[in-house]
Design a protein around this ligand. Structure first.
Ligand SMILES: [Mg+2]
Length: 234
């Protein structure tokens, strides 16, 4: 028998979205720079770097609480500006308006990471491509739409829809099931060792770390520093 029979399911190539395909980190920083400049009178003598550090510190903690189910998405959105403003002794009452300004700036500053389109196109010929992300549904769907990633992506699996966040194996199992559930090679590419590598590996996927800045990993793992270097691994 020749050709690809029904029992030979095509491999799955699933990707993390933020800081794997879309440069979230840079968009976040650029958006905060605009937010800080626009609200100069409110920030007064608080330097941009101090604001960004306070925001990231609080945002990280809030996302952790959100991941643990301790707070909802609405609370996360409300607090991620109010808390760092309060930390810096600034008026937290303007947090909501500032959050809305930031959100617009963040969306405006999205850029794809170099090689993203190239590697998605390649992966879509070698297998079935998906995105698996913990981010907010509307944001992640808007990123896919902005860059036309649906040219190659067949499955978008989001934590909000599944009810579990990486590194939980629930979301990786949901991704495999969404793609048909057959036994097949399953590869997951992401930039976070703790959530992407650990989570996918525990769920039986082959993890590849996208280590853009060459930071290394706490345990041995297959990694690439450029997206195009994924091609021979898919
Ligand atoms: Mg990521």
């Amino acid at each position: 028998m020749t050709g690809q029979g029904p029992n030979l399911a095509r491999p799955l190539f699933f990707f993390d979205l933020d800081d794997t395909l879309v440069d979230h980190h840079a968009a976040e920083e650029d958006a905060h720079r605009e937010t800080h400049a626009f609200h100069a009178s409110l920030f007064g003598s608080v330097a941009f770097e101090d604001w960004l550090a306070a925001y990231r510190r609080n945002n990280l903690r809030l996302w952790h609480e959100y991941g643990e189910g301790e707070i909802g998405r609405k609370t996360l959105s409300e607090r991620r500006f109010a808390l760092p403003l309060a930390d810096l002794g600034l008026d937290a009452a303007g947090g909501a308006a500032m959050g809305a300004f930031y959100r617009d700036a963040y969306v405006r500053n999205w850029r794809l990471i170099e090689g993203a389109e190239d590697v998605l196109e390649y992966a879509s010929r070698a297998g079935v491509v998906g995105i698996l992300s913990n981010g907010f549904r509307e944001m992640q769907q808007a990123k896919v739409a902005r860059f036309g990633l649906d040219r190659w992506v067949r499955h978008i699996v989001l934590s909000e829809d599944v009810g579990a966040m990486k590194p939980s194996r629930v979301i990786f199992d949901a991704a495999a099931k969404a793609a048909g559930g057959q036994e097949r090679r399953r590869v997951y590419v992401g930039d976070s060792f703790a959530t992407d590598v650990v989570g996918s590996k525990a769920a039986g996927w082959f993890p590849i770390l996208f280590d853009r800045h060459g930071r290394g990993a706490p345990e041995p793992v297959v990694f690439v520093t450029r997206l195009v270097d994924l091609k021979p691994l898919l």
